[in-house]
Structures are given as C-alpha cells and as structure tokens.
Design a protein around this ligand. Structure first.
Ligand SMILES: [Zn+2]
Length: 275
C-alpha cells in the first residue's frame, strides 16, 4: 500500500484508471496521487520532458509568456530584500532569464540535465543540475521561491515544499501553480482531460489540498488564484467557425466564475513564511 504524502495514511481507494495506470485517493484526506508501484516514472518523465524542451525554449520570447512573466515579476517585487530568487524546476530558464533581467540574483534547480545545460550554456544562468534537496541551499536565505507546473510531477510534494519553506527568509514568498482537480474542466472532461495523466502528473491538487501542503510546511497562505476552462480534450475536438464562437460564448461565464470560485483548471498559491 502506498502512503499518502499529505497525511501519512496508508489506506486508499481507486480513483480512476488511465493509460493502464491508477490514480488512488486517500481515504482519510482525499488527496489523489498515482500508484507508482510498477512503473518507472523517473525515466518516463525524463523522456517526455526532453521532448518538451523545444516548447520551453519557445517560451523565451513569446509575447503571451512575456506578458505573464512581467505580471508575476511585478507581484514579487515587494518581497525583494537580499534579492535572492529561486525557481524550482526551471527547465531551460526562459522565466529565470527574465528574473535576472529584472535585477534579481537568480538561482535555478532542474533535474533534467539537457534542459538545465541549455540555461547554463546558452543563457548564462545560475542553475543547479539536480533536485532541490541536493542543491545545498542555505536556510532563511531567499526572498522568493517560485515553481511553475512542477508540484504535480512530484511523488512527494511535501518534501519539496518543506525544503522551499526552509530556505525562504522569514517574510519571504513561496509561489506554486499547478493543475486543479476540483475544476470545471475536470467536471466537463473527467479522465479524458489531457492533464489527467498518472504517468506524468503524480500528484493532483485542489485549492484545499494545496493549502494544506503549504500549512504543513509552516507557510501561511495569503492568496490563491485560478483560471482556465476547457470543454474539449484535444485540439482536434475543438469546433470550427460559428460553432467555435458559440463555444466561446458558452465558456465565458465559467471562465469568469473560475477566478472567484477557484475552479479554473490552473491554480496558484501565494504563501509566506511567518516572521
Ligand atoms: Zn491522506
């Protein structure tokens, strides 16, 4: 039996099956996670992440991402004291290079060596090749610890969030965004949803469980945001022409509500380390 990373309970039930693998749900706290017993998750993830590398490099100068990056950097600015900024799972460094450009002292950790090498060699970034636990980062030393679409890939998010909390200075900010299981998209698509993939996304959060993980590590949640609604499992399923327009109109109220109800398919948490 697999132990729940959120509460330590070892009894769980089948939540759903996909790609021949299982998602389990803890009977005590309802946290949903992959059954990692008979599958080599590490090598599977390294393979697909290497495939995704060109996509990450493409983010470096895409206008949509630049706008998003600028908005985030503005939100992080009030936390700047020593100027130390860490990105967990920084991939090829497209965001981290903007962090550096904004005058922060940038640090990245990235376990996929080829991605990390791109950031180090092509962008001149300060990246540790490996995981956070082996990076040897000092306690109480960072203003901001940031992660984008990373925590869902972890089999033990509690370890990583606890280490993020350790290295933050008192008053520093932890930010993480991830897939939201308690979303309209999950309600509409269920297991057909592309991001519902037990081979890749080992931990599936809701706003509630993401909050508990932060609080368990001594962080205080100050804000949560959510966005994104999908009606179609793949791009090929999307309607064309007039139907597409009707579809967008049907989607608008959900997109609007998602920001308030936290039922968008992406959720982000902002949590501070108490002084
Ligand atoms: Zn549990």
């Amino acid at each position: 039996m697999q132990v729940c990373d959120m509460c330590g309970e070892d009894s769980n039930e089948l939540f759903a099956e996909k790609h021949g693998l299982e998602y389990l749900r803890c009977v005590k706290c309802s946290f949903v996670f992959s059954n990692t017993t008979d599958f080599d998750f590490t090598s599977f993830n390294e393979e697909i992440i290497e495939d995704l590398q060109s996509l990450h490099v493409g983010k470096l100068n895409s206008p949509r991402h630049l706008k998003q990056y600028r908005q985030l950097l503005k939100e992080f600015e009030p936390y700047r004291q020593s100027g130390r900024f860490l990105e967990i799972g920084c991939s090829t460094g497209s965001f981290l290079s903007k962090v550096r450009d904004a005058g922060w002292q940038e640090y990245g950790v990235e376990p996929v060596a080829s991605s990390a090498r791109y950031g180090i060699d092509q962008l001149g970034l300060n990246i540790h090749v490996g995981v956070l636990e082996t990076a040897g980062l000092e306690s109480d030393s960072f203003d901001v610890v940031y992660s984008n679409a990373v925590v869902e890939h972890l089999s033990s998010p509690s370890e990583v969030i606890a280490d993020a909390s350790r290295i933050l200075r008192p008053g520093g900010l932890f930010y993480a965004d991830t897939v939201n299981l308690d979303s309209y998209t999950w309600r509409f698509l269920g297991a057909r949803w592309k991001l519902f993939d037990p081979r890749m996304h080992l931990s599936l959060f809701t706003p509630e469980t993401l909050r508990v993980f932060c609080e368990k590590s001594g962080l205080e949640v100050i804000k949560m945001t959510s966005h994104g609604v999908r009606f179609h499992a793949t791009r090929e399923d999307k309607p064309q022409g007039v139907n597409r327009l009707l579809d967008e109109m049907r989607k608008a109220p959900y997109s609007w509500a998602a920001r308030r109800t936290l039922k968008g398919d992406n959720i982000a948490v902002y949590a501070v380390k108490p002084r």
